[in-house]
Design a protein around this ligand. Structure first.
Ligand SMILES: C[S@@+](CC[C@H](N)C(=O)[O-])C[C@H]1O[C@@H](n2cnc3c(N)ncnc32)[C@H](O)[C@@H]1O
Length: 244
């Protein structure tokens, strides 16, 4: 199940305003071009920012996400009718024969359970055409990003149109080996409501991801840097060349 920040209607509605710099998606648009993709599956599409960017470029896009509130935001956006939206996860997709599947913004880390992660990889494999590619990022555990997840470093007040001022910050709540847990707090100035969202992410080593991809029928083609976050992310490019 996805976290409150994606499933609570009030939090899903302010998600884009609080995360307005989406230059992280530029590299994925370039990869869609690089691979000549015409049909794309965006797994964990959230509020649809990336899916809609691709659809505006004339690509045929399917977005899937387990958070209905986030999909509801996506569906109200201009151009949303150009995208096929699926409420669910990657384990029960139609046979899309997609050229490219994406998981932007660390969706991969949100699938913390190892069997569920492999089911996700297998489900995506089944939705790709033979030779289609999967690209996704996962934070490099060596960079210990969670050490920066403090109230002091993250506290912001965002003026959200139609909502008013929203203060937000993140705090680490636990580190258990590769599992990192944290809590976002959101304060709505307009009515004094305070909402929280608890998350856990799995920080996978590069070798672990490579082994999981191989076990699920992929050929690992490349591990790249995220140009907007140099040294922080591992960006995997894998092709569904073998049977899963
Ligand atoms: C950080 S958001 C990224 C959203 C979107 N990819 C973007 O770049 O804006 C993570 C998303 O992963 C979704 N998610 C969580 N568990 C998932 C799963 N098992 N399969 C697919 N998506 C999942 C959440 O609902 C949420 O929308």
């Amino acid at each position: 199940m996805a976290d409150e920040c994606f499933t609570h209607p009030r939090l899903a509605a302010i998600h884009d305003a609080l995360d307005s710099d989406r230059s992280d998606l530029d590299a994925y648009v370039r990869m869609a071009e690089e691979f000549g993709a015409r049909r794309v599956l965006d797994v964990g599409c959230g509020t649809g920012v990336f899916a809609l960017r691709l659809a505006r470029r004339g690509l045929e896009v399917t977005g899937v996400d387990p958070a209905e509130a986030s999909l509801a935001v996506a569906r109200t956006k201009p151009g949303a009718q150009q995208v096929s939206w699926i409420h669910g996860d990657a384990t029960a997709l139609p046979p899309l024969r997609a050229d490219l599947a994406t998981m932007t913004a660390n969706v991969a880390q949100a699938v913390t359970d190892p069997p569920a992660w492999r089911e996700t990889l297998r489900g995506i494999h089944a939705a790709l055409r033979p030779g289609g590619r999967l690209v996704f990022e996962t934070r490099d555990p060596a960079r210990r990003a969670w050490e920066e997840w403090t109230r002091e470093r993250s506290y912001t007040v965002t003026e959200v149109p139609g909502v008013g001022a929203v203060e937000s910050w993140v705090e680490l709540t636990g580190v258990d080996g590769p599992l990192v847990s944290f809590r976002w707090t959101y304060g709505f100035a307009a009515d004094g409501t305070v909402l929280t969202s608890d998350s856990t992410l799995r920080f996978r080593e590069r070798a672990q991801v490579a082994a999981d991809l191989s076990a699920c029928g992929y050929v690992l083609e490349d591990v790249r840097d995220a140009p907007d976050r140099p040294g922080r992310e591992l960006v995997f490019v894998a092709s569904a060349s073998r049977r899963a």
